[in-house]
Design a protein around this ligand. Structure first.
Ligand code: NAP
Length: 252
């Protein structure tokens, strides 16, 4: 069965790898970008299969979330699965950040990493519950972070946003199970993308790679496989899970 899947933040990094993995499994993908429509279009153009779409909008804006979902439904003919992947990681260490910048970092991080996924989850859940064919096959998968458990000393709002995202996933898993809808998350450790590039290329790069006994960080494809499995093939019975994808760098 071909599923219609909205992947947020799919213009690069982990999201682009998720889009490729899902398209390779024969599904139709809504390739979403925050701003960079050209990058999203470049990803769409290289996806295997047909019927994929590009959607653009700031997930930190509730009105834009509605437009993103409406446009994806129009372009793909519906949404079976939401992958909440878009996120930001902006430094605001407590010792050196002004109070104004601290507040701004918290607000923006929670808007994009938590309220955006929450709004998109509501919109897609409503779409699944209201569509004539019903919610069968519906899934909500979010990309969280190891930082939710291990702490994020330089980006505390990020760690808090991901802990809340995991918790939201578990609450939605319980609330939506009676409708046959799965909710689950993946919590990656460090991944080779733009987000962690400055750390990985800097003096701490080797120490970060050594956090995993595999002595490397994840490729986007490593994480994408876990997300794509939850989004398509995983049994409904794993609903509510948060899958660690951190190369055994942190065990809980
Ligand atoms: P990335 O390379 O920085 O890409 C971020 C993606 O999110 C881009 O497609 C970007 O689109 C989109 N985006 C950013 N701000 C947005 C906004 N306000 N509204 C809508 N879209 C927005 O990130 P990544 O490393 O692939 O990370 C993907 C997810 O994995 C994130 O949720 C991140 O927290 C999580 N994660 C990453 C790591 C890591 O080490 N990289 C580790 C654990 C978890 P534009 O470029 O158009 O803005």
């Amino acid at each position: 069965m071909t599923l219609s899947i909205l992947v947020t933040g799919a213009s690069r990094g982990i999201g682009a790898a998720i889009a490729h993995d899902l398209a390779g499994r024969g599904h139709r993908v809504g390739v979403h970008a925050g701003r960079d429509a050209a990058a999203a279009e470049a990803v769409r153009a290289t996806l295997p299969g047909a019927g994929h779409a590009v959607v653009v909008g700031d997930v930190g804006d509730a009105g834009a979330c509605r437009r993103i979902v409406d446009e994806t439904v129009r372009e793909l003919g519906g949404i079976d699965v939401l992958v909440n992947n878009a996120g930001i990681f902006e430094a605001h260490p407590v010792g050196t950040t002004s109070f104004e910048d601290w507040q701004q970092a918290w607000r923006r991080t929670l808007d994009v990493n938590l309220l955006g996924p929450a709004n998109l989850a509501w919109l897609v859940a409503r779409h699944l519950l209201d569509r004539p064919s019903g919610p069968e096959g519906g899934r909500l998968v979010s990309v969280g972070s190891r930082g939710a458990y291990r702490g994020e000393p330089l980006t505390p709002a990020y760690g808090a946003s991901k802990a809340a995202l995991h918790s939201m996933t578990q609450s939605l898993a319980v609330a939506l199970a009676p409708h046959g809808i799965l909710a689950a998350a993946v919590a990656p450790g460090f991944v080779e993308t733009d987000m962690g590039r400055s750390v990985l290329d800097g003096p701490d790069g080797d120490a970060v790679r050594a956090q995993s006994p595999f002595n490397r960080v994840a490729t986007p494809a490593d994480v994408a496989q876990a997300v794509a499995w939850l989004a398509t093939e995983a049994p409904l019975w794993v609903s509510g899970t948060v899958v660690d994808a951190n190369g055994a760098s942190y065990l809980r």
